[in-house]
Write a protein that binds this ligand. Structure first.
Ligand code: HEC
Length: 200
């Protein structure tokens, strides 16, 4: 008797049972998804740094972090070394000796210790075709590896190259780099050695 009443009481509280049914996903949801995706990609593109080691390298000490700060006025050889090792050493080797079939040497190369106006153009616009370096002919191509560097950083790395590995030539200033950059007026075409020879 008492159990029967409890059962009744339970049945009374049961409301309509949920049923599985199909409803179309609203179109605006797709739209929102698309907009969110686009926004996310845009933000990644803008702030992601494209996994560049200069952005994502973990710092192990405060001193190391300070070494990676952009140069602020003046030329720092230490900064130049850091930029060289991050951007150029991959092909030209850490000791500037070059790598067979990859890149010619920078140590003892006339192109490095000679005319600043020629030298600055190489990382800014790139280089292609036959070039003689220390009596050996190379015929490869170098992309504009320095075009994304600031005037300070490019001046620092070139100055470093001109004073490292036994090289001895005067410093390159950020002003010199800025002047050449302006003269190139956004030129994207890589130089040939012959074209550079014509520059004083
Ligand atoms: C992807 C590989 C690569 C990277 C990175 C690279 N270079 Fe080069 N570099 C080359 C190649 C290849 C040549 C020869 C191109 C040719 O044969 O015309 C060259 C030639 C040169 C030359 C003239 C020849 C010589 O050896 O003296 C200079 C100067 C130079 N690079 C400077 C730089 C600087 C500065 C950087 C960094 C900002 C840099 N390169 C980064 C591949 C590279």
């Amino acid at each position: 008797m008492s159990s029967g009443m409890r059962a009744t009481g339970t049945r009374d509280t049961v409301v309509a049972e949920p049923k599985a049914s199909r409803a179309p996903v609203p179109v605006w949801l797709f739209f929102l998804l698309f907009v969110l995706l686009f926004w996310a990609m845009y933000e990644f593109d803008r702030r992601g740094g494209w996994f560049h080691s200069q952005v994502y390298t973990p710092y192990r000490s405060l001193a190391e972090l300070q070494r990676y700060q952009p140069a602020t006025g003046g030329i720092s050889l230490e900064r130049g070394k850091v930029v060289y090792e991050t951007v150029c050493a991959l092909c030209h080797n850490t000791d500037g000796s070059g790598k067979p079939n990859q890149a010619p040497p920078l140590s003892g190369a006339d192109w490095v210790v000679g005319s600043p106006d020629r030298l600055i153009r190489i990382p800014l616009a790139g280089l292609t075709g036959p070039i003689e370096v220390k009596g050996q002919t190379w015929n490869l191509a170098m992309p504009a590896m320095g075009a994304a560097l600031s005037d300070d950083d490019l001046a620092a790395v070139l100055t470093y190259m001109r004073s490292a590995w036994g090289n001895q030539a005067e410093a390159i200033t950020p002003d010199q780099v800025a002047a050449v950059r302006a003269a190139l007026a956004g030129r994207m075409q890589p130089y040939t050695a012959a074209e550079l020879q014509a520059i004083p």
